[in-house]
Structures are given as structure tokens and as C-alpha cells.
Design a protein around this ligand. Structure first.
Ligand SMILES: Cc1ncc(COP(=O)(O)O)c(C=O)c1O
Length: 433
């Protein structure tokens, strides 16, 4: 029986699947299947492995730590990895963000951040932004709006979550179509209206925002929008939570987008690349703010697991030593350059990029799905995002070899051209009738 057949017997059908590639191992930018097929991984397992699969320094750190201590609850006793990782994070994250509570996942970190903001401010309401993805637990789901499907059968969710518009001109239904500046102004005006009509500003605990919509379509927020959110939060006494779970640690061309844009977060939520491939998340803020989170009111059995922290620490060191923050920009530019042959096709609505996060937005899901299927036939793994999966996103390892990257994007371009082809023939046929 194949691995896929076995998986379908024991793994719940609730999980959606892009592919059923039967993996044997990972080697840098490559995945190797049980039957020896080599597939270029331009997904990083959804933005988790910035230094590629099984980087020797990370494997060594994990094996060393596993041989010493695999688990101890951080509340029961202290061990080196969580403290050392906290010290490293304090050095690379925006100044003032110096204190951490480790969690196991992104959703759990968002959940923690919501609890933290509510307790520290004594206020109930949380603002979030349309298209944002923050996780699948009830609290995190309440501030998630990248796809309405995620809410199916789970309502009602957490009360006092308010969704405001996010400046995403292509996703905006206001006519006539407008640019980023007008879209930003519209989103800010809507926040004002919501504060006037729906929730008094002195009940708002926090605004949580992804500086680049991840699952929502790889849409960078204009820096001006984030700066305005900072000002609104200051004005109404709310906390600004930047969810950098998908963007931090080089992916967006900086340690954080907060740093890149010069926007000071009160709370940062981190996960994905933080654990370098092992489950790890964090709620990060200043020591002063953490002092407002009452001891004993939050916690976790596994959060700060020594092996996960050792893996995360080794990964961040590789990012630093191999100068991968700087490299992210080059990686993104190469992808963008190789995408040029399809950039002018009218069915490609936009190619956008920040750092090494690159998106190709098609005019419909059938084309994006067909393009990634065609890429996989050419041994390149890619995934989609966007409210209806109309966007193909590139999430290459930051240390990917230039030749592999160019070859991978070229394979995608060939597949995309084929995906665009039938429509071209169809429209010619139509125009002939
Ligand atoms: C920005 C952001 N926040 C939160 C999450 C949830 O993380 P997890 O799947 O680890 O719970 C994700 C996952 O995609 C994410 O991209």
C-alpha cells in the first residue's frame, strides 16, 4: 500500500492537501521522495525553513540537545536553550522588544497575545484587518478573515473581535479601482467610522495586523498604513500587535517588517521560522509591558521546549552567519526577474514582492492551481494563497543556490504559460464567433 493510501486511512480528511508527495528526506532546498524523485521546495513547508531542510548546524544543535535534555517544563526548571534564544531574539528584534514567553505554534502565540493585551489594558475589544490570517484556535480564528471557509461550523467565535479593511487595492471592491494611497486612506477612514459607530475607543485593547498579508495573498501593507495604526493605538491607548509569524527572520528582507518600516510594535507574535523546523512560537514585548501580565495567568507545558529552542537558536545563528537577511533581497529580485515573461499577460493581475516574499496574482483560481500543478510536474513545489487561492506565492529558502532558484522559477513560468494558453485559445475562438 502506498504512503498516500496509508495516510488516507489514519489521517483525518479535515486536513486539506496540496500534494501527497511521499517524502523520504529533505536536503537544503530539495525534497527527496521515497522513490528517489528530487523536488525543489519553494514553500519552505509554509515559511518555516529559512535555511533549507536539515542544515548541518541545525541538525547538530538538535541532536546535541536531544542527547542532553528533551523536555522540561520552563516553569518547573530552567535550561540553557530558552534563555539563550531569548537573549538572541533581544539582540535581533526591534529595540525595546526584550522579553518573551515561548509557545508551540503561531495560533497559540496569537491566542497568548490577545489574552496579554486584554489583561494588560483591562479592555475587551480587538481590531483585526480583512484578509489577515492569525490561526485556527477560537481566539485566533476570531481575528482571522483571509477566507470565510475557516469559520464554517465554528460560530460563534470570541466576542469583541472587529474586522476593519486592509489596504489591498486589487481585493477592494470600491469603484473606480484605486491605488495604495487611496486604499490606505479608505481603510483608515473606516477605522474612524468603526470607533464612532461600533466600539468606543476606550474599549479597544489592541489592533492586530500582519504587516504583509500571508495566507491572505502576500500583500504588503503600505508603511504609511502601519505608521497610522501606530498613531491610532497611541491616541486611543490600545496596543499594536504585529503578527510577524510569516514575515520575521529575513523572509521580508529584514529581521522584522517592524524594523524595515520603522514601526514600533507593543507586542510581536512569532512562530514558523523561529523554531527552524521544530514547533515553536513566542509572544514578545518589552519587559515593562510583560510586567502587566499577571504571573500564573498564562502558561504552556511544551512552550520553550529545549530541543525546539536549540533548533531555533541554531537557525537564527545561520541566518546571521550566512548573511541571509541581506540575501533575501537578492533571492526575491531573482524570482521577480525570472517572472518577467508572464508579467505583462493580462490574466496576471499583479506580481508583487517584499524581500523574498513574491506573489503572482492570477485572475482566477483555475489558473493558479493549474500553474502550480504544472510546476510540480516539472519537479518544483509551490503553493497558493489569497481569499480564493488565486495567488501563487514563492517562499524559497534564503540560502537557495541561484541556479536552483532560476531553474525553479523558469519551470513555473513554463507551467504558467501553459495554464494561460487555453484561455487565450478560448478567447480567440470567442472573438471569431
Ligand atoms: C501570520 C500568521 N499568523 C499565525 C499563523 C498560525 O500559525 P500556526 O499554523 O503555527 O498556528 C500563521 C500560519 O500560517 C500565519 O501565517
Amino acid at each position: 500500500m502506498s504512503l498516500e493510501q496509508r495516510a488516507k486511512r489514519v489521517l483525518s480528511p479535515v486536513l486539506g492537501h496540496y500534494t501527497w508527495l511521499p517524502l523520504e528526506r529533505g536536503e537544503g532546498s530539495w525534497l527527496i521522495t521515497k522513490d528517489g524523485r528530487r523536488v525543489l521546495d519553494l514553500t519552505c513547508g509554509i515559511a518555516v525553513t529559512p535555511v533549507g531542510h536539515c542544515h548541518p548546524a541545525v541538525v547538530r544543535a538538535v541532536a546535541d540537545q536531544a542527547g542532553k535534555l528533551m523536555h522540561m517544563n520552563v516553569g518547573v526548571a530552567t535550561s540553557e536553550p530558552a534563555v539563550a534564544l531569548g537573549e538572541m531574539l533581544r539582540d535581533v528584534l526591534p529595540s525595546g522588544i526584550d522579553t518573551f514567553v515561548f509557545q508551540n505554534s503561531g495560533a497559540e502565540s496569537v491566542e497568548g497575545a490577545i489574552k496579554f493585551a486584554r489583561q494588560a489594558t483591562g479592555r475587551p475589544a480587538i481590531f483585526a484587518f480583512r484578509g489577515g490570517f492569525h490561526g485556527r484556535t477560537i481566539g485566533a480564528l476570531s481575528v482571522t478573515s483571509s477566507k470565510s471557509t475557516y469559520r464554517k461550523g465554528y460560530l460563534p467565535l470570541m466576542p469583541e473581535a472587529y474586522i476593519a479593511p486592509f489596504p489591498y487595492p486589487l481585493g477592494c471592491r470600491i469603484r473606480p479601482p484605486h491605488d495604495a494611497a487611496a486604499c490606505t486612506q479608505h481603510a483608515l477612514d473606516e477605522i474612524d467610522q468603526m470607533l464612532e459607530h461600533e466600539v468606543p475607543s476606550d474599549l479597544v485593547a489592541a489592533m492586530i495586523v500582519e504587516p504583509v498579508l500571508g495566507e491572505g495573498g502576500y500583500v504588503p501593507a503600505p508603511a504609511a498604513f502601519l505608521k497610522e495604526l501606530r498613531e491610532i493605538c497611541d491616541r486611543i491607548g490600545a496596543l499594536l500587535i504585529l503578527d510577524e509569524i510569516q514575515t520575521a527572520f529575513g523572509r521580508a528582507g529584514a529581521w522584522t517588517v517592524a524594523d524595515r518600516y520603522g514601526v514600533r510594535p507593543d507586542i510581536l507574535t512569532l512562530a514558523k521560522a523561529l523554531g527552524g523546523g521544530l514547533p515553536l512560537g513566542a509572544v514578545a514585548a518589552s519587559r515593562e509591558l510583560h510586567a502587566k501580565w499577571q504571573t500564573g495567568t498564562h502558561g504552556s507545558t511544551f512552550g520553550g521546549n529545549p530541543v525546539s529552542c536549540a533548533s531555533g537558536l541554531a537557525t537564527l545563528r545561520v541566518i546571521q552567519e550566512e548573511r541571509l537577511i541581506e540575501r533575501a533581497e537578492t533571492v526575491g529580485a531573482i524570482v521577480e526577474e525570472e517572472l518577467r515573461p508572464i508579467a505583462r499577460d493580462e490574466r496576471v493581475r499583479e506580481i508583487r514582492r517584499i524581500g523574498a516574499m513574491v506573489a503572482v496574482e492570477f485572475d482566477d483560481k483555475a489558473r493558479s492551481k493549474s500553474a502550480i500543478a504544472g510546476a510540480l510536474e516539472r519537479d518544483v513545489l509551490l503553493i497558493t494563497c489569497g481569499s480564493h487561492d488565486q495567488v501563487v506565492r514563492f517562499i524559497p529558502p534564503l540560502n537557495i543556490a541561484e541556479g536552483d532558484l532560476r531553474q525553479g522559477v523558469r519551470a513555473f513560468v513554463e507551467a504558467a504559460k501553459a495554464a494561460l494558453e487555453p484561455a487565450r485559445r478560448g478567447s480567440e475562438a470567442l472573438s471569431r464567433t
